[in-house]
Design a protein around this ligand. Structure first.
Ligand code: TYM
Length: 322
């Protein structure tokens, strides 16, 4: 049976980029093997500095995944830090990881360019991510395009470990959906918590409206046809309501239709699509024990899955006596 694994950092509110880039594909893949999905709280510590924030974001990501259709009777959902064995594997992997591989990591270079302080956690981030993936013998990893290089690094590290110690790890394959591989944010850059350009999945109506109405558009006058295809509005509508998108393109390019009208249409499509999830999300917010129960059970199942794989790696390196 194939292992399908992915992780989401609890570093802020979930947004449409997370949903279309990773959550939706991951939830759809649940029935294609054993899905193992986790909340990457160790990773989030590289950006979240307040303990209370980390705790509430962690809960929100778990509640969000459940609200969007993660089925806990089938899928293992857990907090990364509930399986601290991942750090032992990260160490075993770090001794076969060339410095140059990490120095070339785009996400590290981007963070530095944004003025983040350099620290070892940020630099070693891809090694921990490789350990997340390899600890469960993952076959498929659904992610957005921004994680592609991290997947390549994980494969490189697995290969180097196998070359030195024998065939311990499978090489994981990324699953990247081209149409939503990079969901744009309201300013046209990749939607990202760190750019402050997100449309949140579970924000209140006012917040979502403000973000949608703030989508950057060009200065085509109202009486001129507008280019919808490839625009931020067009790309978001295509992701949110692919059927409606076909009409949207025609309607949007008609002279006399303003960007304000198109934004209202997109807002309505977002509300329609996500309202059922928002209701479930509110349920979990008022029943936190249910979420905790799922995470507790998920941690036990994740530890059981990880134990023999870690043991195999320990034995291969000579850490175990047999
Ligand atoms: P994170 O928390 O930044 O994002 C979670 C997932 O959402 C995807 N995503 C996007 N996809 C398309 N367009 C966007 N604008 C967009 N923004 C975010 C991300 O690609 C990701 O799939 N390092 C990971 C977390 C992680 C992980 C792992 C993932 C830790 N260990 C092991 C997979 C396997 C991260 O920072 O994702």
């Amino acid at each position: 049976m194939k292992i399908i694994l992915t992780g989401i950092q609890p570093s802020g509110a979930l947004h449409l980029g997370n949903y279309f880039g990773a959550m939706q594909p991951a939830i759809e893949l649940q029935s294609h093997g054993q899905a193992v999905y986790f909340i990457a709280d160790y990773h989030a510590l590289t950006s979240v500095t307040k303990a209370d924030d980390l705790r509430s974001y962690t809960f929100d990501v778990a509640a969000g995944l459940l609200a969007c259709g993660l089925d806990p009777s089938r899928t293992i959902l857990f907090r990364q830090s509930d399986v601290p064995q991942v750090h032992e594997l990260a160490w075993l992997l770090s001794i076969v990881t060339p410095m140059g591989l990490l120095e070339r990591a785009h996400s590290y270079k981007d963070k530095i360019a944004q003025g983040a302080e350099t620290n070892h956690g940020l630099f070693a981030y891809p090694v921990l991510m490789a350990a997340d993936i390899l600890l469960y013998n993952s076959d498929l990893v659904p992610v957005g395009r921004d994680q592609k290089q991290h997947l390549e690094i994980a494969r490189d590290i697995a290969q180097k470990f196998n070359d030195r110690f024998g065939p311990v790890f499978k090489l994981p394959e990324p699953v990247i959906r081209e149409a939503t591989a990079i969901v744009p944010g309201i300013d046209g850059r990749k939607m990202s918590k760190s750019y402050g350009n997100t449309i949140s999945l579970f924000g209140n109506e006012k917040e979502i409206k403000k973000a949608v109405m703030g989508i950057k558009t060009d200065s085509t006058p109202i009486d001129q046809p507008k280019q919808i295809e490839g625009s931020v509005l067009g790309q978001l509508m295509q992701a949110v309501d692919p059927e409606k998108y076909e009409n949207f393109k025609v309607y949007g390019s008609a002279p006399g239709i303003g960007y304000g009208d198109l934004k209202k249409d997109l807002l309505a499509a977002i509300q329609k699509r996500f309202q059922p999830f928002q209701e479930k999300y509110r349920h979990y917010q008022t029943h936190p024990g249910e979420v905790e129960g799922v995470l507790h059970d998920g941690a036990n199942r994740a530890r059981a899955l990880a134990a023999p794989i870690l043991e195999k790696a320990r034995r291969a390196t000579g850490l175990s006596s047999s």
